[in-house]
Every structure is written in C-alpha cells, then in structure tokens.
Design a protein around this ligand. Sequence first.
Ligand code: 5AD
Ligand code: SF4
Length: 444
Amino acid sequence: MSNKKKLYIETYGCQMNFSDTQIVGSIMADHDFETTENIAEADLIFVNTCSIRDNAEKRIRARLREFNRYKKQKPGLIIGVLGCMAERLKEQLIEEEKMVDVIVGPDAYRDLPRLLNIAESGQKAINVILSADETYAEIEPVRLESNGVSAFISIMRGCENFCSYCVVPYTRGKERSRDPETIVNEAIGLFDKGYREVTLLGQNVNSYHSESGLDFPGLMEKVASISPLLRVRFATSHPKDLSDELLKVMAAYPNICRAIHLPVQSGSDAMLKRMNRKYTREWYLGRIGAIKHYLPDCGLSTDIITGFSNETEEDHKDTLQLMEQVGYDYAFMFKYSERPNTLAARKYEDNVPEETKGSRLQEIIRLQQKLSLASNKKDIGKTFEVLVESTSRKSVEELAGRNSQNKVVVFAKGNFKPGDYVKVKVTSCTTATLKGVVADEIEN
Ligand code: 5AD
Ligand code: SF4
C-alpha cells in the first residue's frame, strides 16, 4: 500500500475535457497524488465539468450533492469543480453548492497544488483566470482509462468564433495553438508505447496556427509522417475553415483517417445567420462536395441543434432535407438550450416551445437512424482495414475496432488482439455497428 493521497476524477462533456483530465492527473501525480477508481477511498474528488447545455449542468449539480455522503464519512475530504462550469459560475457555485471547496477554470490547472493547500487549511479556494497562452504544452498527460491503442492529443485551446448559442468562447477563452514540436513528440511517444491511433483535438482544429507559421495541414503532415502504422484523426472542424489544402493532405496519406466531423448545426440559412455560423447552406454543401471530390470514401458526421430561436417548420424541413442530401453516417443531435450571457441569450428569444423542440429532435433522430442504417448497408460486402481496440461489449469471443471511416466493426477474435490491424469483410450490420469476418489476406 502506498501512502500517497488518493484522487478520484469524474469527467463530463467533450473530448477536450477528457484530455484536460489527463493533464490534471499528471499535475497531481507530480504532487504526490495517485488516481483511484474507488470513490470511497478518495481524499480528493475532482469533477471536470461541462456547461454546453443546461441539462449537463443539472446532472453535474445532482452528482455534486451525492458527494455530501462521502464528506460525512470522511470530514477532510476535498471536493473540487474543474472546467467549464467552474469558469462560468465562479464564486456563485461555491455559494450554491456548499460541499464544493475548490473552483478551478480550464486555464488554471497548474495552480491546483497551491489551491489545494488553501483548501486543506479549511478555506475555499478559487482560480478562474483565463489565459491567452496556456497550452499545457510540455505536460505529459497520464493516460487514464486508456485502451492502449488510441489516444487524444490536444493541439489548441479556446474558441473565438462566438456562435451565438455557444458558451465555449466564454468558458475556454481565447484561441491559442500548442507548439508543434511538443505535439509531434507526444505522438511519437505514444507510438513507441504501442498506440496506433491519435486524434488531434481542438474546438476548431482547422484554425491551428503555430508561432513558427505552421498551419493545420502542415501539422497533419508531420504527425502522419511518424509512421504509416499510426492512424491520425482530428476533431472538431468548423466548416468555414475546412480548406482544400487539408483535403489534399488527407488524400496523400492513407493513414490519415477518412472521416470528417463537420458540424452543420442547421440546414436553414436564416438559422445559420442567427447562429453566427458565418457560412450558408450552399457554402456548406460546397465543402461536402469538396470532401467527396478529394476523398470519395470519406465518413461524414455532424452536430445539429434543433429548436433554435425563431426556428420555423420550414427551417426544420431545410435541416431534414440537408441531412438526406449529405447522407451523414452519424450525427450528434441536440435541443437548443439557452446559455446565460451568450449572444443568443442577449439578443434572441428562446421562443420555440419545449414540445416542438422535442418532436423536431425525434424527427431528426429518426431520420439519422435511417441514414446510418442505409450507410452501413452499403458497406456489406466491402473489406476494411480495422484497427482493433478491445473485446466487443457483447461477447468475449469477439473483437471490436474501427475502420478508417470511424465505423465500429465487430468480428470473431481468432488470434488477434488490441492494436492489430485486421482486414475484415463486412457481412451484416445494425444501425450502429458493422459485423464481419476476417478476410483471407492479412498483413500485420
Ligand atoms: N444548445 C444546444 N446545443 C449546443 N451546442 C453548443 N451549444 C449548444 C446549446 N446552447 C452543440 C453544438 C456543438 C456541440 C458541441 O454542442 O451542436 O457543435
Ligand atoms: Fe461553440 Fe461555435 Fe466555438 Fe464550436 S465553433 S466551440 S459551437 S463557438
């Protein structure tokens, strides 16, 4: 048994938050904490939080209240709130949720050891200062809950697009890019440890720009050149910044995955304008056309918000029609949730009734299920190179991995293991998964 103090971290929200949690894990490990998965033995509980929609915040607050139980059992227990809710609510969160001892915004994690000292002396501690240059560039994340095959690498932080509905520019601050050398070194380190896939992460990766003048296509080339056996993915792209140059780089490197997540948010020009997305439907469809031109076999996914201010039945139909036209493989779909102090909250009334939001969302989800199934059915008979990630959730006799298009592929295990590349011929599918058999020729 070690005498180190024990940290339990729970993470909510986007991949960027999961990536930040690994940075926090690393900072805490340097200050004699080890992470535990058993909350009952924790000396310190961190919750890395999300503010993107009201229901995310509500769920987290309910969870915080559950922690009171552990505080009663262990009076010295410290509870810290990290991430976007910490940044958005600041002191207010300590006033409203009395069990919280420490509040730390996304750019203040280096200050955690000092804040914990304050908390250990019985005072509340808070740091929500946003930074113009913090990227945690040289901190090596501890790969918590990793499958040992795929990892995220954060390449930039913040967002300055100010989409009118979005809280992120307020909670994560100004856009800044991480030094490319540290990114490439992190990817090499992962590859040497046996990882076979990295996903370069940022709120808007296409506007990556290093001080030395390297842009996102240039960075992708550097990472993709590490080894043909290292797959490279990226998320998320803003349509306005998705360049042909990037598509050309993708086409030139088979190990850059054929999958693009391109959030459209709405298919209606009136909504796009109100959302301050800075593109039209036609322009977005032009980008999809370019993707299909350079990467004919590219997987496409998106984010959609339904029931934004003033959305009419006509606007909603435009979204459904765009979804059909693009034929997305996958979509994340949300009801609009007004966030305090955003441009939309200040300027536009949240005037679509809750039931209408709900019924429109259902319609969108139903259509997407149909599109996902149609897309999967088209893959029956095709052979894909699958990177194995784990045993399948349904059977220990099966392995699960992904093809380049980011679809989950399940097949009988044989002698394969996570980290292997396997050629799999698709024989059947559901809405969510491709099923197949190992194809004859195998290169490993
Ligand atoms: N309400 C609903 N969905 C939102 N998103 C961002 N802000 C909101 C909001 N206020 C969605 C967008 C974004 C995804 C990460 O979350 O679709 O792309
Ligand atoms: Fe929010 Fe728009 Fe920035 Fe995405 S690009 S984080 S939706 S403001």
